[in-house]
Ligand binder design. Sequence first.
Ligand SMILES: Nc1ncnc2c1ncn2[C@@H]1O[C@H](COP(=O)(O)OP(=O)(O)OP(=O)(O)O)[C@@H](O)[C@H]1O
Ligand SMILES: [Mg+2]
Length: 233
Amino acid sequence: MIVLKLGGSVISDKRRPYSLRTELLKEIGKVLKKKSGELVVVHGGGSFGHPKVRELLESGYSLKDKGYEVIRVMNEMTNRVTEALGDPFAPYSTPSMWAGELLVEPIREALKIGWIPVIQGNVVPPGKVVSGDELVVELAKKLGAEAVGLATDVEGVYRSWPPSGPPLREASPCSVELKGSEGIDVTGGMRKKLEELAKIAGEVKVYVFNGFKVENYATLLEGGEVGTRVVPC
Ligand SMILES: Nc1ncnc2c1ncn2[C@@H]1O[C@H](COP(=O)(O)OP(=O)(O)OP(=O)(O)O)[C@@H](O)[C@H]1O
Ligand SMILES: [Mg+2]
């Protein structure tokens, strides 16, 4: 079992609201479909969820008041993402599977018939954001994943940001000077990502890699090493 997060920074342009990289998604879909039945995909908020959350909060609304507006935008994004990924990617909505934690039975049912379920970082009751990074951790634990991949818009994790030199082979939240994100990221960018992933990095192989390079997905699915391996502190 492999859990893959398609970073919002890869599948959309975080500087352009509601943009989606459909051609890239088509190419990624062709590679990923080979693992149908053994792969779960999560995608991030990218240029859909992050600006919507910010807009609501800046207008003085809480996510308890109007979080459903984020859900509309994110579910729309997932529909478009799965259409671009192609067969057999199936859109699943995170809040529909949320009861204080992620209920994974619907995912198991989808896997059994060879679908590739796709969920998304989203808002859930009682009004909070669950990031794609957090969902990946929950899925990996509950489904017993062998490997977790985080596709993002950088080669891997760098010792400092902005980078000077190549990305690290291994990184823990303790070994790296971590900043958030260049784009809008209401869920903490790279710092929060590593902190979340370090929770499972002792048991599961976890990689942060460049999601623009389609060959990286093939390597990950074949059990190879890509980008930076995340390790515990
Ligand atoms: N030490 C670091 N190494 C690598 N990237 C870093 C580092 N510190 C901060 N960053 C930032 O983290 C960004 C990636 O995180 P970001 O949350 O923007 O992407 P994502 O998680 O793929 O997108 P989304 O949250 O929409 O799914 C990079 O583009 C970079 O700007
Ligand atoms: Mg992020």
